[in-house]
Design a protein around this ligand. Structure first.
Ligand code: ZN
Length: 493
């Protein structure tokens, strides 16, 4: 008889300082995929759920896919959206299954709970006390007791940009297959250090994250079933936010504990290197202006669409225009109103706009500040493109209705749904060839590297405005455990 597997995805990185709402429709376009539709959309894709589906299919299991929701990061998930996704997963499990594979994030905060994944897993555990549960998590997960205690084996990404989502699902899936066969008995250990590491310092190609990930791989090579260093997501005012480690051993708790401590100690020694140092925006743009060659990436990281940014602040764009940079393309401003105005005017028309700045950011005390700008409408599309980088290969990225405003020196992609520029398709799908531009302004932090690093001559982080700023003094942390580094310089391990 075939084993029955429930395979589901519920992914959201919640920025508790973000004013961007998170209703259910944000988890899929036009709707959150369920059932056969979820299977069809994610089978064969470079995602955690794609890895799980391949493992389950190859093992000859019957798969049930109640829901596959993935929303761009934003504020706390609306109560009804969170309940709808958890209910779908729990109902499928309560109809009976032999194993459950969950592609989760690890830093989901809902209106009803600070620990979106922990509460879901505890509910599943209560429903099915003996069910083997395999989980894949994002490198930015903020781990908790409820997450780790209520699953069987947990593996996180080892890359940022997340180009190993598929491998992570496959890794967790294979551990679960071995556990089902009885050839391994996973035991997990987890812990954290008081370190609110910054995401700009978590790229896997850089120190300190790269060497830490190498150490985790070394622990796996020495006999652990899995070892993950979670950088954590710092823009989550939540007690457990910050760096943590999860290790999975085969029956040997002491081995899991020892490896966890080695990894945590190594991370703590690098705490200074996890803090980003910025420079004033005008200086960065002046440096960029003096550079030869291209494309030169200008990272508008304080308004990163994939960390909860409104994706409509204009500080970096304004400075680039003021300093007279030429041959610039930008992705992108999320401003559905402006797109509608451009659509109404039509491709080829001249138009004057108040661009961006439509969303206020009360958590950092700023109103929205639009940019008065005029240009020619160059393109108008439905905003869908197929991802070709390893990060989510084969999935459809939906930018919503999208238009290009061309000022002569700057071509600005204006979209209607939050979308981070990580794949060249964000430009090519609207008729801009990014390799031929001198400057690319990207509202991104690290994920741009998945598609853009290979074409970039220089990459400059630009300290703009937004709720994904790396300046901790802008944010009022009330719930995170204290003391914690760098909010408290005297924090000790
Ligand atoms: Zn992430």
């Amino acid at each position: 008889m075939k084993l029955r597997a429930v395979v589901a995805m519920m992914e959201h990185e919640t920025n508790t300082f973000s004013p961007v709402p998170t209703p259910l429709r944000r988890f899929g376009s036009p709707d959150v995929p369920r059932g056969a539709e979820a299977y069809r959309l994610f089978k064969g894709t470079g995602t955690g759920i794609g890895g799980f589906l391949d493992v389950a299919d190859e093992a000859g299991m019957e798969t049930v896919t109640p829901i596959a929701g993935n929303a761009a990061p934003s504020g706390p998930v609306e109560a009804s959206a969170y309940a709808a996704m958890c209910d779908a997963i729990c109902e499928a499990i309560s109809r009976g299954c032999d194993v459950c594979f969950l592609d989760l994030h690890g830093a989901m905060v809902a209106e009803t709970t600070d620990d979106g994944e922990g509460v879901l897993l505890a509910r599943i555990r209560q429903l099915a006390p003996e069910l083997p549960i395999g989980v894949s998590l994002d490198l930015h997960g903020n781990l908790t007791d409820d997450i780790v205690d209520n699953c069987t084996a947990l593996v996180g990404y080892k890359t940022y940009p997340h180009i190993d989502m598929y491998e992570t699902g496959e890794h967790a899936g294979r551990i679960m297959l071995s556990a089902l066969e009885g050839s391994v008995r996973p035991v997990m250990s987890w812990g954290n250090r008081p370190l609110l590491a910054q995401t700009l310092c978590m790229g896997h190609e850089d120190r300190p994250m790269g060497p830490l990930i190498d150490l985790a791989r070394k622990e796996e090579g020495a006999g652990l079933l899995a070892a993950t260093v979670f950088g954590g997501f710092p823009l989550a005012d939540f007690p457990s936010a910050g760096l943590s480690v999860v290790t999975v051993a085969d029956g040997d708790r002491a081995m899991a504990d020892a490896a966890r401590d080695r990894l945590l100690d190594a991370a703590w020694r690098e705490r200074e290197a996890f803090i980003f140092r910025s420079e004033p925006l005008p200086e960065t743009i002046a440096r960029a202006k003096a550079l030869d060659g291209g494309p030169i990436i200008l990272l508008d990281h304080a308004d990163n669409a994939a960390s909860g940014g409104t994706q409509d602040t204009v500080a970096v764009l304004k400075e680039v225009i003021q300093q007279g940079l030429e041959d610039v393309a930008m992705f992108g401003i999320c401003d559905p109103e402006a797109v509608e105005e451009m659509a109404l005017a039509g491709v080829g028309s001249r138009i004057a706009l108040r661009l961006g700045g439509k969303v206020a950011m009360p958590s950092i005390g700023l109103p929205g500040e639009p940019l008065e700008i005029s240009g020619t409408v160059r393109a108008l599309t439905d905003g869908d493109y197929i991802v070709t980088t390893a990060m989510g290969r084969g999935t459809i990225e939906s930018m919503g209705k999208t238009a290009v405003l061309d000022t002569g020196n700057v071509q600005i992609v204006v979209c209607s749904r939050n979308s981070e520029p990580f794949d060249l398709g964000c430009f090519r799908s609207v008729g801009i060839e990014p390799t031929q531009k001198k400057y690319l302004i990207l509202k991104s932090r690290i994920h741009y590297r998945a598609g853009f690093r290979a074409i970039a001559q220089h990459e400059l982080p630009c300290d703009g405005v937004g709720v994904t700023s790396s300046d901790n003094s802008l944010f009022k942390f009330e719930k995170v455990r204290r003391p914690i580094f760098p909010l408290d310089s005297d924090a000790s391990a």
